[in-house]
Every structure is written in C-alpha cells, then in structure tokens.
Design a protein around this ligand. Structure first.
Ligand code: IPD
Ligand code: CA
Length: 257
C-alpha cells in the first residue's frame, strides 16, 4: 500500500538537506541583498532554493507550492516553503537560519521538516506521529530544567514595535524570560526539542510557521490554530510551548484581541 504522506515526508527530508547545503554553498559569493522592507531582505540564495524546491516537488508529485519569494496559490494538496528562514542571520553569517518545508492536505499540516545546515540539525514530524531531531525522538521541555521558562518572542515590521514592546512587558509580568534570535521557524523547532520553553509572535506568515508548529505539537507541545481565519494566506498569531505554561503564554499573546 502506498502512503502518500510518508512518501512526501521522506522526499522532503532529502530535499530539505539538499536545499540547505545549496544555500550554505552560496553564502560566500552573495552579492547585495534586495530589501523587501527596512528589515526584511532577500538574497539570490533565497530565490535559488525556492526554485529548486518548487521544481522538485512539482516534478515528483504535481502538488501546488506556496513560497515566500515566488508566492503561489493554495490547493487541497499544497507545500508551504520558506527557502531560508532567518535570512538576516544568513546574510550576517550566523548559524541561525534554516530551510522550512510543510505539507498541507485538506486543511491539515501533515508533515513538517526544518533543516539547519550549519549545525546539521534536521527536525521532522508527521501529523499524529512522533517528532524527530536527527533521527531521535524529541519532546518539549516540560520545564524539567527547573529554571525560569524561556520564551523566544519573534518580531517583524508587520507589527508595530509598540505592540512588541507591550508583549515583552506582558511576558516579564507573567514570570517569563525572553529572547529573540532571528529565525522563527528554528525557534519553533527548538520548542519541540525542549531547547526553549515556548515561542510567541504576533504575526507570522505560513511559510515561517507551519513546519515548526507541527513539530512543536507532535513533540507534546500546545500550539494555537494557525490555519484558522485564513492563516495560510494571511498569516496569523503564533503560540507554541510546553503544556505547563500554555494558558499563561496564550494570555500574554492574546491581550490585544
Ligand atoms: C522572519 C523570521 C523572523 C520572524 C519573522 C519572519 P525570514 O522570516 O522568521 O524570526 O520574526 O516574522 O518574517 O524573513 O527570515 O524568512
Ligand atoms: Ca525566508
């Protein structure tokens, strides 16, 4: 019996690794990046990786693709692709960037793959199954560290900076420690791996969020319903965390609504 989701997951794992290595190999020869906003940039590597992924997926499965750089239309069977998440980190030469691939069918995130080439970390999950980091089962922190919960709080200029500042104040008031590292997809994968306790961002696009949200959920975390209210095309709030702090983090994130 063929298993269409497993076929796609297996394929996407190999593709994410290939795509990550391609981006890494292009890093040294990059020209000036193009500015999409004062803090949002695109490099030739972003475009080349998205073209690679789109071509491979269409050739192999004939599925639709929505990508950060070239867009695309939704369909019942669609891949949502961020060729490089953390583009500013990539440009600056840090290791905090990744390739993020999600497969959505019938309105459900069926598979999520995130590959961070510099650390050679491959995160993968299938809906209703376990989540893996480099082939080993991973799980959310459950606050087993016994320390203060650490939340990564993402920000882009799609959200007023005053709202972000208010979010940080809410986090502090609710007893959280916080940070921002520049790749929302990677931060969500790190929730799944128990390397931080939660992630919150007031607006993320689907290509940044979907793979990481599935990873966090299948690793035992709580996540918000990103695809509600047309999140696939419009983006949405993102909350993902270890269950012990779910109510508190949702409270911090939803104070505006
Ligand atoms: C951005 C990063 C950032 C997040 C932004 C995203 P990009 O994606 O994930 O951490 O806070 O919302 O737009 O531009 O690096 O692919
Ligand atoms: Ca990107």
């Amino acid at each position: 019996m063929t298993d269409p989701v497993q076929d796609r997951l297996d394929f996407a794992i190999a593709l994410a690794v290939q795509a990550g290595h391609m981006a890494a190999s292009m890093r040294a020869g990059l020209g000036r990046p193009d500015a999409k906003s004062p803090i949002d940039f695109c490099t030739e590597a972003d475009r080349a990786v998205e073209r690679l992924v789109t071509e491979q997926v269409r050739t192999r499965f004939g599925d639709a693709v929505i990508g950060e750089e070239y867009g695309g239309a939704s369909a019942d069977s669609v891949w949502v692709v961020d060729p490089i998440d953390g583009t500013n980190e990539y440009i600056h030469g840090t290791k905090r960037w990744c390739v993020s691939l999600a497969y959505v069918r019938g309105g459900m995130i069926e598979a999520g793959i995130i590959y961070a080439p510099v650390d050679d970390r491959l995160y993968a999950a299938r809906r209703g199954d376990v989540a893996f980091l480099n082939g080993r089962r991973m799980g959310v922190s459950r606050l087993a560290h016994g320390s203060v919960p650490v939340i990564e709080a993402g920000w882009s200029d799609r959200v007023p900076i005053a709202d972000y500042a208010a979010l940080l104040q809410r986090l502090e008031a609710l007893g959280f420690e916080f940070r921002r590292h520049g790749s929302g997809a990677l931060a969500l994968a790190e929730v799944a791996a128990g390397l931080n306790d939660g992630y919150v961002e007031l607006h993320m696009n689907a290509w940044d969020a979907l793979a990481g949200l599935l990873l966090a959920h299948e690793a035992g975390g709580v996540v918000n319903d990103f695809l509600a209210d047309d999140g696939l095309t419009k983006g949405n709030l993102v909350v993902a965390c270890t269950p012990e702090i779910g109510d508190r983090l949702m409270e911090a994130a939803r104070w505006r609504s």
